[in-house]
Design a protein around this ligand. Structure first.
Ligand code: HEC
Length: 163
């Protein structure tokens, strides 16, 4: 049998119609992409239904009024420096995130044991608990501080629902 040159394989050849279709498709895609409107800016979470739970379950055996504490938390300016899940205004980043702080073993570092008493003292005046504390005293009375503590301590019993 004589040697024959191999026939060009059909699959290697590209049909001009397919090429044309591909180019047209890509051009259309590019045009569509250019005409697309930019997505609307994200809406702040606070514009939706308020995630605030109206009646807070108190932490068992903890003195103070959680709802009053929550109001004080906002009115005394804590949100300016602290983030706290469930309080939409509390997105501050100067101090630590206080979400579920009652579940942490220590306060403001590792030396101070976290307890309702120490947290209340901290809220009245941080330097009585830690001499070099960088958080200012905000003028809360003992009773007000106890209510804020009761609010912070109640947090794990009132899990925030995100929609
Ligand atoms: C001007 C900013 C500022 C304000 C206002 C402020 N804090 Fe703080 N807070 C800080 C800083 C900074 C720290 C960290 C202090 C440190 O470790 O020495 C802190 C620490 C804390 C801690 C300990 C956190 C941890 O991770 O152990 C608690 C609890 C706390 N703040 C509660 C409050 C409460 C309640 C209010 C409102 C009554 C408040 N803070 C207002 C700045 C602030």
């Amino acid at each position: 049998m004589d040697w024959q040159a191999p026939k060009p394989q059909k699959s290697v050849r590209r049909h001009p119609i397919i090429l044309l279709a591909a180019i047209t498709g890509l051009t259309t895609l590019a045009l569509v992409a250019c005409n697309t409107q930019p997505p609307p800016p994200p809406q702040p979470r606070t514009s939706g239904p308020s995630p605030l739970i109206s009646q807070l379950a108190p932490a068992p055996g903890i003195p103070g009024q959680p709802e009053n504490g929550r109001s004080l938390f906002v009115s005394k300016g804590c949100p300016a420096c602290h983030t706290l899940q469930g309080v939409p205004a509390a997105v501050g980043a100067i101090g630590p995130n206080l979400t579920n702080i009652s579940l942490r073993p220590t306060l403001a570092g590792e030396a101070i044991q976290n307890s309702p008493t120490n947290l209340t003292r901290w809220i009245v005046n941080p330097t009585t608990v830690k001499s070099d504390a960088t958080m200012p005293a905000l003028g809360l009375t003992e009773q007000e501080a106890q209510d804020v503590m009761a609010f912070l301590w109640s947090q794990p019993y009132n899990p925030v629902q995100f929609r």
